[in-house]
Design a protein around this ligand. Structure first.
Ligand code: AMP
Length: 598
């Protein structure tokens, strides 16, 4: 009987037996460790003869978890870069996976902007579909009544594909997914999107956004849900509306399509949907020409119930802007995934953004969790300590971990780079807050300041000094200036428009922000700054409004994926530095020295 139960669980986990999405979630979250064991067995037995496993002494089908962990190292992208280059250059050997590599996914990589390429096998998108196209729509419908009666305006952005030296397709995971049979034959068919397939597949950002916006405006009263992947894309769409509402309204009025949309398939798909609607055009003109865009979403799309935009982790900084434009509609962050594999979803979409916790689905990959030591802990450790990762079923409430995956496409014990904190449990499945990317972004001496730490420090300064003045940080990026002696940390920062009569007193407020940030950094930094004096006072350079949009536009023009664009948190290129420097409006230095001891 028990055996029968476990083989049914196996069939469900491997999607060989059809069940309803909600039953699937119950089964997976109730049997976390059993499913993880099945997934690991499956990956290892399928890839039994691959070069990478044999290189590490793994031969034969039945490898237990202990042997797997003792033989295979925990790795980062750079460790397997030579193997990935062999694949990109056309080596057909089964290096990671017994199944052939079907394409190379170009990840947005770390927030530092380094692009990684991830080799994947043909059915890679089944996992994305499971989360994005199958589970999430059901969870949304369960939580928000009447949703299925309306349409969805989702801004999809697809980017140009390239080829590796050996001719293997290289493209972003979302570009690839939007062209996959899983998306075209199942996901797209199940949801009433206003965007046509040609407009989704069009790689010209202007034409694609124009067509999607026009379709969404023409059908505006039918729209119950608006969204996109990450928050910066949504803000890009809003700015697009601001810039082009006159042309869009003219098209709505006459049932025409702007001649700047030249792609024949995009025009044809739109032409079929448009009929002249002067009344609608008038409404759009009236609302978009009002002085600011506050609450524009509710004013144009009055039946929208929420904004489906990821605002967790580093994206949290965009929440105030989204609230401003949406008129405080609920924000739902639903999927959690990466190019390497999709991980899970938010089972409670209406939770406040700061409380969102993602449930990792144990059938997506084999997951391990490396306990995170804070920079302060690292400073105190004298002897080398080896910390072992724990399994998905054994993470502890409240603790922080770095995510490690072993995937069906053949990544083994690979660090994704995300730091997660266990928030609570659903059945036996842990649910995680996304803390951020584990990235060292600033370093001058032996100090190593990570992105997550800097984010917390900036949040502390914002809370203490900016909120009382009704100001907030819209975006920031950091840089180590080693041209000064000693070198120092620089943070380029864009603030919300502020209404202050006394410039000199507000300038002192920003000076205090510098000191609070320093005080919030780890003790290695504070020691070097106050005792060794090998780091100079932290500097904030305020940049003028719109600077970070320009940085994004440049990054996209230079080949970054529009749909997956995540604002880098550290400057890594001179073009970016040039843009930022040219837009500095004031500079501020820490007026004191942070105290070393806590
Ligand atoms: P990419 O491989 O370019 O798709 O980037 C994947 C990374 O995006 C993940 O490792 C996370 O750092 C980030 N990410 C994905 N989903 C979310 C989410 N729901 N909230 C915050 N960050 C996310």
């Amino acid at each position: 009987m028990e055996k029968e139960g476990s083989s049914r669980l196996r069939r469900i986990a491997m999607k060989e037996e059809e069940v309803e999405p909600l039953e699937f979630i119950e089964e997976m979250t109730s049997h976390v460790d059993e499913v993880q064991q099945m997934v690991l067995d499956d990956i290892l037995s399928t890839n039994v003869n691959v070069e990478y496993l044999q290189r590490h002494g793994i031969f034969g089908r039945s490898i237990d978890r202990k042997t797997f962990k003792s033989k295979l190292p925990i790795i980062e992208y750079e460790d397997i870069l030579p193997d990935i280059q062999r694949i990109a250059n056309g080596d057909p050997s089964p290096i990671f996976s017994a199944q052939p590599i079907s394409e190379l996914l170009t990840s947005s990589g770390t927030s530092g902007g380094q692009q990684k390429i991830v080799p994947v096998i043909a059915n890679h998108h089944e996992g994305i579909y499971t989360i994005f196209g199958w589970l999430i729509p059901t969870v949304m419908n369960k939580n928000i009544s009447g949703l299925d009666k309306g349409k969805v305006l989702f801004f999809f952005l697809t980017r140009t594909e390239t080829k590796s030296p050996a001719g293997i397709i290289m493209r972003s995971v979302l570009t690839s997914y939007y062209k996959s049979p899983q998306f075209l034959c199942k996901h797209y068919d199940n949801i009433n999107y206003t965007s046509s397939i040609p407009s989704i597949h069009c790689t010209d950002v202007f034409q694609s956004l124009y067509a999607q916006m026009l379709a969404g405006l023409a059908d505006r009263l039918a729209i119950f849900q608006i969204g996109t992947t990450f928050a910066p894309i949504f803000l890009q769409a809003i700015h697009f509306l601001k810039r082009h509402y006159q042309e869009l309204a003219a098209d709505i009025e006459h049932g025409t399509v702007n001649p700047q949309v030249t792609d024949a398939a995009v025009r044809a798909a739109l032409g079929n949907a448009l009929t002249p609607d002067p009344e609608n055009a008038e409404h759009i003109r009236k609302e978009c020409s009002s002085r600011d865009f506050q609450g524009i979403i509710r004013r144009i799309w009055p039946n929208t119930k929420f904004l489906d935009v990821i605002v967790t982790g580093p994206m949290a900084q965009y929440i105030p802007s989204l609230n401003f434009y949406s008129g405080d509609l609920p924000l739902t962050s639903t999927p959690y995934g990466s190019s390497e594999c999709f991980f899970g979803l938010n089972l409670y979409p209406l939770t406040k953004p700061e409380d969102v916790a993602y449930t990792i689905m144990p059938n997506m990959a084999y997951f391990e969790f490396l306990p995170v030591k804070s920079a302060d802990d690292i400073g105190r450790i004298t002897a080398m300590q080896v910390v072992d990762p724990v399994d998905l079923a054994h993470v502890e409430d409240g603790k922080e971990y770095e995510l490690i995956v072993t995937t069906y496409s053949g990544l083994y014990r690979y660090k994704i780079g995300d730091v997660l904190r266990v928030a609570k449990f659903y059945n036996k499945a842990p649910q995680f807050h996304i803390v951020g990317r584990k990235n060292v972004c600033l370093s001058i001496d032996i100090d190593k300041t990570e992105e997550t730490e800097l984010q917390r420090a900036i949040a502390a300064a914002e809370l203490a000094h900016l909120r009382p003045h009704n100001a907030r940080v819209l975006d920031y990026i950091c840089y180590t200036d080693v041209k000064t002696i000693p070198g120092h940390y620089v943070i380029y920062c864009e603030l919300s428009p502020i209404n202050h009569s006394d410039n000199s007193s507000f300038s002192r407020v920003i000076d205090q922000c510098c000191l609070t940030i320093e005080q919030s950094l780890n003790y290695v930094y504070r020691g070097l700054r106050s005792y060794d004096k090998t780091i100079g006072p932290l500097e904030i350079k305020l940049v003028k409004g719109g600077t970070f949009h320009e940085v994004m536009d440049h990054a996209i023009a230079r080949g970054a994926s529009a749909a997956q664009y995540k604002p880098p948190k550290c400057v890594k290129s001179t073009w970016m530095l040039d843009i930022l420097e040219a837009r500095v409006v004031s500079t501020h230095f820490s007026p004191g020295v942070p105290s070393w001891l806590p």
